[in-house]
Design a protein. Structure first.
Length: 209
C-alpha cells in the first residue's frame, strides 16, 4: 500500500480514542475531528513546493522560503466531510473550498451525485478530498472521477479512519491518488460500517442519531 499513509503521532492516537468512544459528546467529537484534520493536513502537504524570497527581519536581511507552485483546494464530501474543513483552513486559509454531495442508491447501492460546486479554477489546483470515513470506497471513487472529469490532475484523499476494502477500491480505480488517514481499521461489517470504527461520522458530527 505504497500510496497509503497512516499518520502516527501521540496526539493523533489520543484524539482517535476520543472520537471512537461512544460516550463522547457532539462538541468534543466535532473539535477532535477538526483537530485530526489539521494534524493530517500537516502530513498531506509535506511535499508542497517552496521558493526562496528575500525578507527583512528586525535584525537583518535574509533569504526565506514560501510555498510555491500549484494552489490548493479542499473538497469535502457532504455531509461529514464538512467537519474537517475548518481544521485545514486554519493551516491554509487561502485554500478554496468546493463541495461534492453523494448519496447511496438504496437499490443499486451505487453513489449518486446530488450536488457539486467547485472553484472555477479547480483544474489548476491540487485538490484534497475530505471524508472522515473511507468505508466501501464508493463515494471516494465517485468524487475522484468527478474531479478528474473536470481536469484536476493532482488529487489526495484525506480520511480519519479507513477500511481495507475502501483503500483497495480507490487503489484499483485510481492508483495515482495518495490516501492519508489516521487509522487503517480491520474490516467492514455486514452493514458497511468500519470495524471498530466510530459509528456514523455525520450523525455524530451533527447530533442526528
Amino acid at each position: 500500500m505504497s500510496n497509503v499513509h497512516v499518520v502516527e503521532h501521540p496526539l493523533i492516537a489520543h484524539k482517535l480514542t476520543l472520537i471512537r468512544d461512544k460516550t463522547t459528546g457532539v462538541k468534543e467529537f466535532r473539535e477532535a475531528i477538526s483537530e485530526l484534520a489539521m494534524l493530517l493536513c500537516y502530513e498531506a502537504t509535506r511535499d508542497l513546493p517552496l521558493k526562496e524570497i528575500e525578507i527583512e527581519t528586525p535584525v537583518s536581511i535574509t533569504k526565506a522560503k514560501v510555498i510555491s507552485g500549484k494552489k490548493l483546494a479542499v473538497v469535502p464530501i457532504l455531509r461529514a466531510g464538512i467537519g474537517m474543513v475548518d481544521g485545514i483552513l486554519s493551516l491554509i486559509p487561502a485554500a478554496k473550498v468546493g463541495h461534492i454531495g453523494l448519496y447511496r442508491d438504496p437499490v443499486t447501492t451505487l453513489p449518486v451525485e446530488y450536488y457539486c460546486k467547485l472553484p472555477d479554477d479547480v483544474a489548476s489546483r491540487e485538490v484534497i478530498i475530505l471524508d472522515p470515513m473511507l468505508a466501501t470506497g464508493g463515494s471516494a471513487v465517485a468524487a475522484i472521477k468527478m474531479l478528474k472529469d473536470r481536469g484536476v490532475s493532482i488529487i489526495k484523499m484525506m480520511n480519519i479512519i479507513a477500511a481495507p476494502e475502501g483503500v483497495k477500491a480507490v487503489q484499483e480505480a485510481y492508483p495515482d491518488v495518495e490516501i492519508y488517514c489516521a487509522a487503517l481499521d480491520e474490516r467492514l461489517n455486514d452493514h458497511a460500517y468500519i470495524v471498530p470504527g466510530l459509528g456514523d461520522a455525520g450523525d455524530r458530527l451533527f447530533g442526528t442519531k
